[in-house]
Design a protein around this ligand. Sequence first.
Ligand code: ADP
Ligand code: MG
Length: 285
Amino acid sequence: ATPTALVVATGELAKRGVLAARGEALETLSEVTRVVFDKTGTLTRGRLRLSAWKGHPGALKRAAALEQASEHPVAAALVGAADDPGEPGERLENFPGRGVSGHLEGRRYWVGAYGWVAEQAGAAPEVLAAEATRMDGRGETVVGLASETGWEAVFGIADEPRPEARATVAALRERGWAVSMVTGDSEAAAGSLARQAGIGEVHARQRPEDKLDLVRAWQRQGEVVAVVGDGLNDGPVLAGADVSFAMGAGVQAARASADFILLSNRLERLPEVAHIGEAALRNIR
Ligand code: ADP
Ligand code: MG
């Protein structure tokens, strides 16, 4: 496209609340073959809340104490649900896409993805495992809390799909784009949301580095990949995409890596951006 066409298109995007950090990316849009969505905060609103929990008295307060230094939306849900998160844990360490570890009352604790906590502390006792299965079945994200002396609790974290997700997915597919979801969450939570959004191809339990590997594998097969994300862990995969979109409500690391920022957080802008990109190219052809 001519520089003038790009300037015009960038102005069209701005009117719709889409910031074009790299206007040239508009030209790549017409070549896209696949769009890859992150789940939490992207296809969902990212307003996570604690829906249910089971475990030792005081476990919610301890989970909140460990999560105080984390920016993850799961952390915000746990801290928000605790009446009094108390003093933050000591030696807090963040494991991206997994959880947090730290020390409380002289013991090492882990709070995070159920499977990851089981890798650290061993399998959960039957009552907690049964509760985790029920949470999983409801499509909730299951978070575990355990110390080096044993399991203390499981937490079910719920979120809502963005209402426009399904129509957006349908509109992008109509453009001929394949649609995939890539998430760090479990198969059950991912599958439940994918069904609601109309996405058939789902990759669950993907760590940040796995997400990037998946995109690279598609690119090696000749695909041109657009990625939409919001989170702390989405920076690398956004940077590795051919075209990238960050939610405006997402973290700075995601916005800094993206070609386009959806300031309004509205997914229906995606097919509109694709359309504007094509129009800009037609101007010179
Ligand atoms: P997504 O790909 O859905 O945005 P992430 O990759 O950020 O998810 O996280 C994957 C999973 O790791 C979450 O579903 C959650 O179970 C767990 N997790 C990550 N960070 C934390 C944290 N600070 N506290 C608890 N659980 C966490
Ligand atoms: Mg996310």
